[in-house]
Design a protein around this ligand. Structure first.
Ligand code: IVH
Length: 680
């Protein structure tokens, strides 16, 4: 942080400089999508300004970028009066409806065809923002068109909305109109974050945007990725351009985001072309649209055309096919992905959604499916947007047939019959037959051959794909049975490269135990764990025979990893492949069994149980730090437990610890214990 200014006058100048600079970066990032500064540098500027404003509170201004973090919660939203009413739009649902609109316009203009502007109709929330002498003074929802809700505090947090108009021709008063949306990539990130935090995901970006803007606590709104696109003005006191596109240009100059798809269109034919083009590209846009709006461009023409009771005669919304539809779930099937994760997928009665026929929808995982309680036979709402897989967003429980049962995850993999396992703290169920499962073949073989595993040079994706597709290789052991004629017969393979690949496969037989263990692709066994297992057990057989308890003796191996390893080796299919690999001549030198030095592992032999939540770190991080010092973490309290670490809202495990007289550490004591070991 640079030195702070020495006096008020210098502070004022520096604050002004910083504001201008930060506002410019905001505009580039949130409006132009063209940032020119690293996040860390931006944060530094903002912190400097915050610092100055806290030392000289008089310098704090309503349009300072520091004021975008939200304010104290409100009790209710007050009313906001729109000077020019916020009208709605008439709709057209087909080309004939659009043709009727053009005919009406032409008749009222005495047979003349006007210029139009075409715009996407964004599926978000309508907003009116008032600026007095360039300063944002109020913002409201549409409400009944005349009076809306005052959501000024929330709107101030939206980074793509200028707190002060930039540039020239600043009017003494203006109502800026537009739509607040959440862009698709932001929406996906937002929902991922919510799921991780155990919160309900939003059904669609529109609901998320609406819910975010209607928060009484604007600090919540400030954390939501809202974007504002302007599409016009209401009241305007000041010089006005002659056309709608002129107004949009002016809005752009004032610092607003104008949609990049806006076009001037010469005649009705150009409108049709524009519509068809957007319909086709709809999935590639980064926001949801539910139609296309055509507006007469010339403002004098608009005067002539005027309004009906509810909508202007100079504009029309041509609707796109809806992105949500109702259908029936025929069956729910477990689908095995390339990494062995089993996803419940709904097989649907085919239905048109947004112009595409949908007959499958993902249910993500068992928790999600349970939360929505989707059952076979249910009537459901499906949604498809962008390139994402269609999703079930809700169930009509009233329409549920009698005698349905909640869906169950199968106990055996539907593809290979291996065990299906869910590890603690994991949302996903997985097939443990990694070495044999056809669904996982590509991934398993690529991993097996990878540089840090068996290191088979030249065995890349293109070749593995052919080998798997033609059933030449079904498990890694088959690699060692390939002959020259087979390999040379693959696409992009000559005699010479076939020789090279076979030589590389042959050479990989001579490996090390850690590489081999890592190559098996056991869930949660990375290179480090593989090395620890090798050092602890010395050879493969004892690893394969070890039970979960014996496995947790290994430094760095907690109960979850132990369970994953034990179940992997318990699977007969996997054992067969390992035997076949050894028969094929895969071998390694014996590993000297390591004696761990006591000094580096001060928690060696100590068993911990974690309960409740810690402030300083997640449970996973706590586990890592305990294990790094040689300690172990188990799931339940017994007489053999050395410590119970009790965080916030600790539950029954804490009671049990008291019952058994096990030592209890609060967070502070736990941190002290860790720190002591980490210094040593
Ligand atoms: S113009 C008097 N342009 O659609 C004209 N509206 O059904 C008022 N909307 O409340 C609106 N994108 O929230 C206009 N490019 C666009 C739009 C748009 C979305 C919404 C807006 C309005 C509703 C009218």
């Amino acid at each position: 942080m640079p030195d702070l200014p020495a006096d008020q006058e210098r502070a004022r100048r520096r604050a002004e400089e910083l504001r201008a600079e930060i506002n410019d970066h905001n505009h580039r990032y949130y409006v132009l999508d063209d940032p020119v500064i690293a996040d860390a540098d931006y944060d530094r500027l903002l912190r400097e300004l915050q610092e100055i404003e806290s030392l000289w509170p008089d310098l704090r201004s309503a349009d300072s970028p520091t004021q975008r973090v939200g304010a104290e919660p409100l009790a209710t939203f007050g009313p906001v009066h729109h000077r020019v009413p916020m009208l709605s739009l008439d709709n057209a649902f087909d080309e004939q409806g659009l043709g009727d609109f053009h005919r009406r316009v032409r008749e009222r203009l005495g047979g003349r065809i006007p210029d139009y502007v075409g715009e996407p109709k964004l599926d978000g929330l309508s907003l009116s923002i008032s600026y007095q002498d360039g300063l944002l003074v109020a913002a409201g929802t549409r409400g009944d068109g005349t009076v809306g809700e005052d959501i000024t505090a929330n709107v101030r947090t939206v980074r793509s909305i200028p707190l002060r108009l930039q540039g020239r021709e600043i009017p003494s008063f203006v109502e800026v109109r537009g739509e607040v949306v959440i862009r698709r990539r932001d929406f996906r990130a937002l929902n991922t974050r919510r799921l991780e935090q155990g919160e309900r995901p939003f059904a669609n970006p529109r609901n998320a945007a609406a819910g975010s803007l209607r928060q009484l606590d604007s600090r919540i709104t400030a954390r939501r990725p809202l974007t504002f696109f302007t599409f016009g003005v209401g009241a305007l006191e000041g010089t006005a351009p002659e056309s709608h596109h002129g107004i949009l240009e002016r809005l752009r100059g004032w610092g607003f985001r104008v949609n990049a798809e806006v076009r001037r269109l010469r005649d009705p034919e150009a409108c049709i072309v524009y519509y068809r083009d957007l319909l086709e590209r709809r999935d590639q846009l980064d926001y949801d649209i539910d139609g296309v709006v055509f507006k007469v461009d010339n403002l004098a023409d608009r005067e002539i055309l005027g309004f009906t009771a509810r909508a202007p005669r100079w504009a029309i919304a041509y609707k796109l096919p809806a992105q949500e539809a109702t259908t029936r779930v025929r069956r729910i099937l477990p689908s095995v992905g390339r990494t062995g994760v089993i996803t419940p997928v709904a097989d649907l009665a085919p239905v048109e959604v947004g112009g595409v026929t949908v007959s499958r929808a993902t249910l993500h995982n068992l928790d999600e499916l349970r939360r929505k309680d989707v059952r076979e036979g249910d009537t459901v709402m499906v949604r498809r947007a962008g390139d994402v897989i269609p999703e079930i967003i809700g169930v009509h429980v009233d329409a549920r047939p009698a005698n349905t049962e909640p869906w169950q995850m199968p106990e055996a993999c539907p593809v290979c019959g291996s065990e299906v396992l869910r590890l603690e703290d994991e949302a996903d169920y997985r097939c443990v037959g990694g070495l044999v499962c056809p669904a996982q073949r590509m991934g398993a073989i690529l991993h097996f051959a990878s540089r840090r595993a068996m290191d088979i040079d030249g065995l890349g994706e293109k070749i593995v794909e052919q080998l798997v597709r033609r059933d030449l290789v079904t498990t890694p052991a088959d690699l060692f049975r390939l002959d020259h004629a087979t390999v040379a017969g693959l696409e992009r393979m000559g005699d010479k490269s076939a020789d090279n690949l076979l030589a590389a496969i042959d050479a990989s037989r001579e490996t090390t135990l850690p590489r081999f263990l890592y190559a098996l692709g056991i869930q949660n066994v990375g290179e480090v764990t593989a090395q620890r297992l090798a050092a602890h057990f010395g050879d493969l057989e004892p690893v394969m025979e070890a039970d979960e308890e014996a496995l947790t003796e290994v430094p760095d191996v907690g109960p979850v990893v132990a369970r994953s390893i034990a179940h992997f080796f318990a699977e007969p299919h996997n054992r067969e492949v390992i035997a076949a690999l050894r028969d094929a001549g895969v071998r390694w030198p014996p590993v000297p069994v390591e004696r761990r030095e006591k000094e580096s592992a001060p928690l060696e032999g100590r068993t911990f149980v974690l309960t409740g939540s810690l402030e300083a770190m997640s449970r996973e991080q706590a586990r890592e730090r305990i294990e790094a010092q040689g300690g172990k973490v188990t799931g339940s309290v017994s007489r053999r437990t050395d410590y119970v670490v009790a965080g916030e809202a600790a539950g029954s495990k804490l009671d049990r610890a008291r019952e058994l007289g096990v030592e209890i550490l609060d967070e502070q004591a736990f941190l002290v214990l860790l720190a002591a070991g980490e210094v040593a």
